[in-house]
Design a protein around this ligand. Structure first.
Ligand SMILES: [Mg+2]
Ligand SMILES: [Zn+2]
Length: 259
């Protein structure tokens, strides 16, 4: 039997403990990086500590919706004046969510594909994930969609290999998610910020904190508040539970309600 996935009702089921979903298509997880996997926004810290103060005026244009994040980051990164050593020392000082590595290993064990989608920079993300000790597709960069940074002398240059969209995104998280989704998967998105607002529209299940939580609540977008990846893992363990066969092998047992 084919079960059509109604994205709206899937999302509603998730928040409604009285109507557990009967259909359990596999999960795919997409996560923001800055402020979600890390405890601070690395790009903001680079700008605060290593860029000419004009970066704040560019930021203001982005917040007011005058420019997309691609133009914003391109102009801001051109204001950075730092050596690779200074940049690396700053990156190495950024703390991660201490539960992230265990969460990533959980997705590997369960066979849940996990992707990082970020306006931030591959250089920064790879360096931090290496410190986190993650392996496999994250470590080799195949599951990372991010902006690109070239460091040369005291200058850095940003480029945007995943930015082709109508929003002006540096990395279009929504477009990346559309590329890999199919009818029979549940798309999970985890994020914290304003640059995640297009991604939530592509997700069946949204975990949100900080600015993104406020954004979702103002627009009645179903979402689950979280603080750490341990919170997300607890919830996904319930969502990933497959319907089990009874001893007769005939009937599906209703899965436990998701709370
Ligand atoms: Mg973020
Ligand atoms: Zn976009």
């Amino acid at each position: 039997m084919t079960v059509a996935v109604d994205r709206t009702s899937e999302a509603r089921d998730f928040n409604d403990s009285t109507t557990p979903p009967l259909h359990h298509p596999p999960l795919i997880v997409f996560s923001d990086f800055d402020g979600t996997i890390t405890q601070a926004d690395v790009t903001d810290r680079i700008l605060e500590e290593l860029a000419h103060p004009l970066w704040r005026e560019v930021e203001d244009e982005w917040v007011r919706g005058l420019i997309g994040s691609r133009e914003c980051l391109e102009r801001q990164m051109a204001l950075v004046d730092a050596s690779a050593e200074e940049l690396n020392a700053l990156i190495d000082s950024i703390p991660l969510d201490p539960t992230f590595a265990a969460f990533y290993q959980f997705t590997r064990r369960e066979g849940i594909p996990f992707y990082v989608v970020s306006d931030g920079f591959d250089y920064v993300i790879s360096r931090i994930l290496k410190r986190a000790g993650v392996d496999g597709e994250l470590e080799n960069g195949r599951h990372i969609y991010a902006s690109h940074l070239e460091v040369s002398g005291r200058r850095v240059a940003a480029s945007f290999p995943h930015s082709d969209c109508e929003h002006g995104c540096a990395t279009c998280k929504a477009a990346v998610m559309r590329q890999v989704e199919n009818r029979d998967t549940r798309i999970v998105f985890i994020g914290d910020g304003f640059s995640d607002r297009f991604a939530v529209e592509e997700a069946d299940v949204v975990f949100a904190k900080k600015q993104l939580l406020g954004y979702c609540r103002r627009r009645n977008i179903p979402c689950r508040a979280f603080e750490t990846f341990a919170d997300v893992q607890t919830k996904l363990e319930k969502l990933a539970a497959k319907p089990k066969m009874t001893r007769q092998g005939a009937k599906m047992r209703r899965p436990a309600p998701v709370r």
